[in-house]
Design a protein around this ligand. Structure first.
Ligand SMILES: Nc1ncnc2c1ncn2[C@@H]1O[C@H](COP(=O)(O)OP(=O)(O)OP(=O)(O)O)[C@@H](O)[C@H]1O
Length: 317
């Protein structure tokens, strides 16, 4: 089902939160939504879910407006950061909740809920456990199984992994991507995390000040962002030594020749190294996968490929 947002607008107490947002999202596509805090991402998701009413524009599924359809009748399911499981129900009963409402009965009901728990990587020991006896990652897996149980056409995800620590996040991210792809499920996923957006999305929407600033393939927007704001949302940038452009830190290399400066600091970030180099009073950031052969205070040179320099028009005054 194609999801179309047509000229959506929303104002809260005289303040415009979304302005004329139009975009068409293909069935089965994985779209991530990024933007600074307060840029209207959650509001957009809530409007699509039917939890909030827009002031202008329309939400359409396969070309048919669903604006008058209450949230529970839309073929969508929303996954929240805080899981929102029913605390008094076991994992199995949480998952069985929607199909039961739809009239599915045992033994089909239990079989279906069990299969879904298995699909999200939870073994039989979870069936009788209630949310309070589960970790955050396990609860989010149950929430995902519950979301899938109603066979939605679109999954709306509002920072679903934000409360989890890094290794858990990576595991759930892969699970989400695999489940969505295997089921041809469309996903609209709000995240602050560029790594998450780059890993999951085949399409990225970037919001700023309630408007759509950029839309495209995440890797392309990372490599060629249309503005400094979009560039920064997707990762760090550092100034071009001696110039007015910008570079991704991994494109600024410590070498034998180039712009010379002094090492200010060195840090190992696990899978990469980060070096701050000061040139003419400005600090530049260089990242590499291998340990740099320098120490703080040493004189070094920075080199870069001019084709990697990002240049942006000055923002409107
Ligand atoms: N019910 C409401 N009443 C009044 N203002 C609201 C309401 N809901 C949201 N807002 C305001 O609308 C703006 C956009 O909020 P929204 O939650 O959509 O932003 P966001 O991009 O999701 O932010 P964050 O990344 O911090 O979650 C914010 O300034 C927020 O304070």
């Amino acid at each position: 089902m194609t999801l179309t947002l047509r000229a959506l607008g929303k104002t809260y107490a005289g303040r415009r939160v979304l302005a004329d947002v139009s975009v068409e999202l293909a069935a089965g596509g994985y779209t991530c939504v990024m933007g600074a805090s307060g840029s209207g991402k959650t509001t957009l998701l809530r409007i699509v879910a039917g939890l909030e009413r827009q002031d202008a524009g329309s939400v359409l599924l396969d070309g048919r407006a669903i604006d008058d359809l209450p949230a529970e009748r839309r073929p969508l399911h929303t996954l929240f950061q805080d899981y929102a499981l029913f605390p008094h129900l076991s994992a199995l009963d949480n998952v069985a909740f929607a199909p039961r409402l739809l009239g599915v009965r045992d033994p089909e009901l239990t079989a279906r809920a069990r299969a879904l728990l298995r699909d999200v990587g939870l073994d039989m020991s979870f069936e009788t456990r209630k949310p309070a006896a589960m970790s955050g990652g396990e609860q989010q897996r149950v929430a995902l199984a519950r979301a899938l149980a109603g066979a939605p056409r679109w999954l709306l995800l509002d920072e679903p992994l934000a409360a989890l620590d890094r290794p858990l996040r990576a595991g759930l991210r892969r699970l989400l991507r695999d489940l969505a792809r295997r089921r041809g499920l469309g996903c609209l996923h709000v995240t602050h995390d560029p790594e998450e957006a780059l890993a999951l999305a085949d399409r990225l929407l970037v919001f700023g000040g309630g408007a759509l600033l950029a839309a495209g393939a995440p890797a392309e927007l990372y490599a060629a962002p249309p503005s400094l704001e979009v560039a920064r949302l997707l990762g760090e940038v550092t100034r071009e030594p001696g110039g007015d452009g910008w570079l991704r830190p991994e494109h600024l290399r410590l070498g034998e020749s180039g712009a010379t400066g002094v090492v200010r600091s060195l840090a190992c970030l696990g899978d990469r190294w980060e070096v701050e180099v000061e040139i003419a009073g400005r600090v530049h950031l260089s990242r590499s996968p291998t340990p740099p052969a320098c120490t703080p205070g040493a004189a070094v040179a920075l080199a870069w490929d001019p084709a990697r320099v990002l240049r942006f028009a000055a923002p409107p005054a």
